[in-house]
Design a binder for this molecule. Structure first.
Ligand code: NAI
Length: 339
């Protein structure tokens, strides 16, 4: 039993290290919820990320199996799986913690319907990070992101270790969807169709700034309305198609890996890494909204610079007006829970 409970550990051979692409620094990344629908493909994608040197996979079930599987991929990083009672070990020496732990939506549910289950899961995981690896960067995927990020902040604040430069809600899937949907509509290459999405991560709090893109500006009238709705409620398409089996996992893993990769580039000193993410933000703090997603420059300390949302159209003013009160409610709900 002792053996079975022991962490499964696979160490990269010295030769694999020698020939691995030369990462500027050692980066240990943990995935909490690694056995889940998002956690598994996310772990795989992170195994393929050259800036990750060590991958620590934790879940209340299934992580050692996922770790054994992923560890056979022939990249340089070492992979370790941890069982339910090994959370503290999983977090030892970790610099980046990605959290996709928690329940996903079923048809007819909003992200807020997940609050009761996921709020305490995220709070408890955040408390463990604050205790074991207080200087780690925390990347929150668990929904409702608009509330779970403030919960993590309040939990770390209570522990006296909160640094707003190191906490991120992952809203990248909204950006990925916006780029894909817009590119499909105007028949462009999605990689060359960047779209900035600001606000939060649920329904009306998702605000795509299509007017800031040459392609986006060309979409007007009913086509525009439909595109905005699809970006805001794209997650529902997946929930409906999966018919009770969950929500987006594969596209989310892709988005999660993309954001993690951007952060790692910033931590490694690469300049000009800018991407939208939901952070503690001064932009709308005067309206009592102290978390907001806008383009953020990532650097050696995490959040380097929070950019303003920039010039927006009259339609986008309306979207923002609808976003703010809902976002405020979501943030306050998270804070009230954590208090
Ligand atoms: P899932 O149910 O397939 O996986 C969740 C995993 O979390 C399970 O393996 C479960 O054992 C684990 N877990 C539960 N409690 C835990 C704890 N205390 N510690 C460690 N692990 C724990 O769900 P799925 O599809 O992977 O979704 C996970 C979360 O991600 C959901 O809250 C979902 O709403 C959210 N999500 C967020 C998106 C975003 O854009 N930010 C997009 C899609 C989903």
């Amino acid at each position: 039993a002792m053996l079975a409970r022991a962490a499964l550990r696979t160490v990269a051979t010295p030769s694999a290290r020698l020939f691995s692409s030369s990462a500027a620094r050692q980066t240990k990344v943990a995935v909490l919820g690694a056995g889940g629908g998002i956690g598994q493909p996310l772990s795989l994608l992170l195994k393929n990320e050259p800036l990750v040197t060590s991958l620590s996979l934790y879940d209340i079930r299934g992580a050692p199996g996922v770790a054994a599987d992923v560890s056979h991929v022939d990249t340089g990083s070492e992979v370790t799986g941890y069982a339910a009672d090994q959370l503290d070990q999983a977090l030892e020496g970790v610099e980046v913690v990605v959290i996709p732990a928690g329940v996903p939506r079923k048809p007819g549910m909003t992200r807020d319907d997940l609050f009761n289950t996921n709020a305490s899961i995220v709070r408890d995981l955040a408390a463990a990070v604050g205790r074991v690896s207080p200087s780690a960067h925390i990347l929150v995927i668990s929904n409702p992101v608009n509330s779970t990020v403030p919960i993590v902040a309040a939990t770390l604040e209570k522990a006296g270790v909160f640094d707003p430069r190191r906490l991120f809600g992952i809203t990248t899937l909204d950006v990925v969807r916006a780029q894909r949907f817009l590119a499909g509509l105007v028949e462009s290459d999605p990689a060359k169709t960047p779209v900035t999405v600001v606000g939060g991560h649920s329904g009306a709090t998702i605000v795509p700034l299509l007017s800031q893109s040459a392609y986006g500006k060309a979409v007007t009238g009913e086509k525009y309305e439909k595109l905005v709705h699809r970006i805001q409620f794209g997650g529902d398409e997946v929930v409906k198609a999966k018919d009770g089996a969950g929500s987006a996992t594969l596209s989310m893993a892709y988005a999660g890996a993309r954001f993690t990769s951007a952060l790692l580039k910033g931590l490694n000193g690469e300049k000009g890494v800018v991407t939208p993410t939901f952070v503690k933000s001064p932009l709308f703090a005067d309206q009592g909204i102290d978390f907001f997603s806008s383009p953020v420059e990532l650097g050696p300390n995490g959040v380097e610079k929070i950019h303003p949302i920039g010039p927006i159209s009259a339609e986008e003013e309306k979207l923002l007006k609808a976003c703010l009160p809902e976002l405020k409610k979501n943030i306050e709900k998270g804070k009230a829970f954590a208090a």
